[in-house]
Design a protein around this ligand. Structure first.
Ligand SMILES: C[S@@+](CC[C@H](N)C(=O)[O-])C[C@H]1O[C@@H](n2cnc3c(N)ncnc32)[C@H](O)[C@@H]1O
Length: 221
């Protein structure tokens, strides 16, 4: 992992598209979902190490991975000793996450709880979570305000929220648009502040050989 470079604090609202610009995605279902999920395991494999390092998760932490997909980051947090819940609205993704957890006995993890739900309505108790993240998924959340309200509700005071997205270029189309431009990350940081989170921070990172990602972290006061 290359050292991350700090971004300036959120600036003026210049984002052309909102941070959830793929919120109308129909969802992952059917046989092709399994292939897409496997491609995420490969493409996003370095993101899991990055978010575990940035949040410092370990024994004693309760982690919720929102939009966990095939569950790579959830399993990584469990391997580091955290109690982990992976949440995703797609039954196919959760099936794959469960399967990958049992077929990798050489990469043993602690137990992970898998739940089918969207971020808008998470079946978790108030103040129950110390770390909550959403990797390559916020751009698919259909309702940002409701989602952040739920994140705020389940995080305990002092808890950390982290969103990670692939760094994209303004005007990108098709698959190349799945992620955030710096403006979209800044807009999301401002939204977190508006929703009562503190210390919103935007950072760029390079992981693996050449994957460029952008993270937004904030604290639930
Ligand atoms: C591009 S995948 C990323 C999966 C995984 N986090 C990763 O990095 O490999 C986006 C995930 O967000 C999930 N998703 C879509 N809508 C969601 C919602 N409303 N709440 C939570 N997750 C959602 C999708 O089902 C999908 O698994």
């Amino acid at each position: 992992m290359d050292p991350s470079a700090d971004e300036p604090s959120p600036g003026p609202a210049t984002a052309a598209l909102p941070p959830n610009h793929h919120g109308d995605h129909p969802g992952f279902r059917g046989p092709v979902s399994y292939l897409i999920g496997l491609s995420m395991v490969v493409a996003h494999r370095h993101d899991a190490d990055l978010v575990c390092d940035l949040t410092g998760v370990g024994a004693g932490d309760t982690v919720v991975d929102i939009g966990c997909g095939p569950g790579t980051a959830a399993r990584m947090a469990a391997r580091r000793g955290a109690a982990v819940t992976g949440i995703d609205p797609s039954p196919a993704m959760l099936r794959l996450a469960r399967l990958l957890t049992v077929v990798q006995p050489w990469r043993r993890t602690g137990p992970v709880t898998w739940l089918q739900a969207g971020v808008e309505d998470m079946p978790l108790a108030d103040d129950s979570t110390s770390t909550c993240w959403s990797l390559a998924a916020v751009h698919h959340w259909p309702h940002l305000e409701e989602g952040l309200g739920e994140v705020h509700r389940i995080l305990r005071p002092g808890g950390t929220f982290l969103a990670l997205e692939r760094l994209t270029e303004a005007g990108a189309t098709g698959m190349a648009s799945h992620g955030w431009t710096p403006d979209q990350a800044d807009a999301f940081a401002r939204l977190l502040t508006d929703r009562g989170f503190t210390d919103a921070r935007v950072q760029r990172h390079e992981v693996g050989r050449s994957r460029r990602v952008i993270t937004v972290t904030a604290t639930r006061p």
